[in-house]
Design a protein around this ligand. Structure first.
Ligand SMILES: O=C(O)CCC(=O)C(=O)O
Length: 255
C-alpha cells in the first residue's frame, strides 16, 4: 500500500508564508476513486442529498439549478471517517498549523458541466466567525484533474496575514454564499492532477472559477480545527443562515 507523504520543513515554511500549500501526488488514485464511488450519489440525488450553494433569488426551491452542489460526504458515506486519507489530512494539517487539529466537517462540492457557478473569493473565517480565529485549516481534494477551465482553487498568496476582510451577500443569490474583495494581484491558480490536494489557512482568501467544461467538477473539502475549539460563532456582521427547505434567511444570534 502506498504511503502518504509526511510534511517537510520546506512545506511548513511555504504554508506559513503563503497561507496555502499544494501537495501533488499525496493521495493514491485508488483512494480518490473510493471517495468518488461512495460520494457521487450526492450529485445523482442532489434534490434529496444536497443544497444548492448558488441558489438564485426568485427561483422556487423545486427549480433550483444546482450550479454549486453542496453535500456532506461523511453523512452520505460514514466510512470516510475511518479512512487513511482522513487520518493523513489531520496529521499533515496539524504539522502545517503547528498545533494538533481534529476533523470538524466536510463538504462535497460539485459544479455541473458548462453552467457550474463561480465560488466567489471568500475566507473561511468569514463564514465561521471569530470563534475560529487562527484555528481552522482546510484540505481540498479534487476527484479528478482540475484546471482553470473546470474550477481549480485560486488563492491570495500571503492573504492569511491581511486579517478578515469585509464580506458581502451577492445580490442575486438566495443561499448563504458570501464574497470579499481581496488584492487579486496576488492571486495564484492551482491546477492539480488527480491525487493532489491543497491546504489553506482559515484566513486565506480563495475562490474557484465557473466550470466551463463538458464534465462535472467534483471535489471533497475537509475542514479541520484546533483540538478543543468551539463550533462556529461570534459571527461577523455579514453572516446569515438560509434554510434550503423554506428559503428563510436568518441572522445568527451571535452576530
Ligand atoms: O470546491 C470549491 O469550489 C471551493 C471549495 C472551498 O471554498 C473550500 O474548500 O474552502
Amino acid at each position: 500500500m502506498r504511503a502518504y507523504p509526511t510534511c517537510s520543513d520546506e512545506q511548513r515554511r511555504c504554508f506559513d508564508a503563503n497561507g496555502y500549500l499544494v501537495v501533488e501526488h499525496a493521495v493514491a488514485v485508488n483512494d480518490v476513486t473510493q471517495v468518488r464511488e461512495n460520494c457521487d450519489v450526492i450529485v445523482e440525488k442532489r434534490h434529496k442529498l444536497a443544497f444548492d450553494w448558488a441558489w438564485e433569488k426568485n427561483t422556487p426551491r423545486e427549480a433550483r439549478k444546482f450550479k454549486i452542489v453542496q453535500g456532506s460526504p461523511s453523512r452520505t458515506w460514514p466510512g470516510i471517517n475511518d479512512t487513511r486519507l482522513r487520518r493523513w489530512m489531520i496529521a499533515f494539517g496539524s504539522a502545517l498549523l503547528g498545533k494538533p487539529i481534529e476533523f470538524w466537517y466536510d463538504q462535497y462540492l460539485a459544479k455541473p458541466p458548462f453552467e457550474g457557478a463561480e465560488l466567489y473569493w471568500h475566507q473561511d473565517e468569514g463564514y465561521w466567525g471569530r470563534n475560529l480565529d487562527e484555528r481552522g485549516i482546510t484540505c481540498w481534494l479534487p476527484l479528478h484533474d482540475v484546471d482553470v477551465a473546470n474550477g481549480c482553487m485560486h488563492f491570495i498568496a500571503g492573504g492569511h496575514r491581511d486579517g478578515v476582510l469585509e464580506h458581502f451577500q451577492p445580490e442575486h443569490i438566495q443561499s448563504d454564499l458570501l464574497y470579499c474583495e481581496p488584492d487579486t494581484s496576488r492571486s495564484v491558480a492551482c491546477p492539480i492532477s488527480v491525487g493532489g490536494v491543497t491546504f489553506h489557512h482559515g484566513k486565506t482568501p480563495h475562490m474557484t472559477p465557473p466550470n466551463t467544461t463538458d464534465g462535472w467538477r467534483r471535489a471533497v473539502t475537509t475542514h479541520m480545527r484546533v483540538v478543543g475549539s468551539e463550533g462556529e460563532g461570534d459571527h461577523y456582521p455579514w453572516k446569515i443562515y438560509v434554510n434550503q427547505f423554506t428559503g428563510e434567511r436568518t441572522v445568527p444570534s451571535s452576530r
